[in-house]
Design a protein around this ligand. Structure first.
Ligand code: IPE
Ligand code: IPE
Ligand code: MG
Length: 254
């Protein structure tokens, strides 16, 4: 009886194998609008409640000792949403950064950003820079927010950068390889994600980290983002650890 009770209350955290931890988890945080609609509320209500789930994901990563967490918060394509929704999201970014700085410092979280943040309102850019600066010495976990992010644009930028170096005579075209290309992406200081999670039941990538997820394990959850908890993160890590990553080899070779 006692054993049954113990199993019932066991967290997926206890099932995580600390030797096979993913180094980097990326999440497509999707489903805020539908979650709100199901409740008869406005989409913005979903975004507001999505902030709690961000905290869950971040604290879960800190607990499980995950070194890199990357969150898709706003895509380049999301600029095409109704103006009011975009404005509400930008405001939410600023208020959340103000509030969460405490969580970052307490948990040793360093903030990083990828994407074209010059498109963001100036108060959001300022707050991001301030928070990046204030957390730059933290070493426990790197939280990267993808904002105004397009993976295709990132790849185009890298190609343009390399082409310019060739044109300037600083680089030979035949020196361009995987490694050099990756070093010209916005994610140059991050390892590739081992695990990519998307909530909301949608089975697509939506222009996120196309180069970097070449060999990531994909995990699609039916839950909407505001319902995401630490346990969902731990459970996904356990599922990840049950997969066999072969990188083109046979099982026998591993
Ligand atoms: C994810 O939720 C948040 C952002 C893209 C900013 P959505 O707003 O996409 O919610 P759904 O997918 O419409 O339900
Ligand atoms: C992807 O979600 C972008 C973010 C989670 C920020 P979307 O809701 O914008 O993706 P699509 O349009 O359904 O593919
Ligand atoms: Mg969506």
């Amino acid at each position: 009886m006692l054993i049954l009770l113990k199993i019932a209350t066991m967290s997926f955290l206890d099932q995580i194998d600390n030797i096979k931890l993913p180094q980097h988890i990326a999440i497509i945080m999707d489903g805020n609008g539908r979650w709100a609609k199901q409740k008869g509320k406005l989409r913005v209500f979903g975004h507001q409640n999505g902030v709690k789930a961000v905290r869950e994901a971040l604290e879960g990563c800190v607990k499980a000792n995950i070194k890199f967490l990357t969150l898709y918060a706003f895509s380049a394509e999301n600029w095409n949403r109704p103006k009011l929704e975009v404005m509400a999201l930008m405001e939410l970014l600023v208020t959340s950064l103000k509030k969460e700085i405490k969580t970052f410092q307490e948990n040793g979280v360093r903030l990083n950003v990828i994407g074209d943040i010059t498109k963001l309102p100036s108060n959001a850019q300022r707050k991001l820079q301030e928070t990046i600066e204030a957390t730059k010495e933290n070493t426990h976990c790197t939280l990267t927010l993808a904002l105004s992010y397009s993976s295709r644009q990132e790849i185009v930028d890298a190609a343009r950068n390399l082409a310019q170096q060739v044109k300037d005579g600083k680089l030979n075209a035949d020196e361009i390889n995987d490694e050099l290309f990756a070093a010209n992406l916005y994610t140059q200081n991050l390892p590739d994600p081992d695990l990519l999670i998307r909530t909301s039941g949608e089975l697509r990538i939506s222009n996120f980290l196309l180069w970097q997820i070449a060999y990531s394990e994909l995990c699609f959850l039916d839950k909407m983002w505001p319902e995401f908890t630490k346990e969902d993160l731990f459970k996904s890590i356990v599922e990840y650890q049950q997969r066999e990553r072969r990188f083109g080899k046979t099982s026998e070779q591993l």
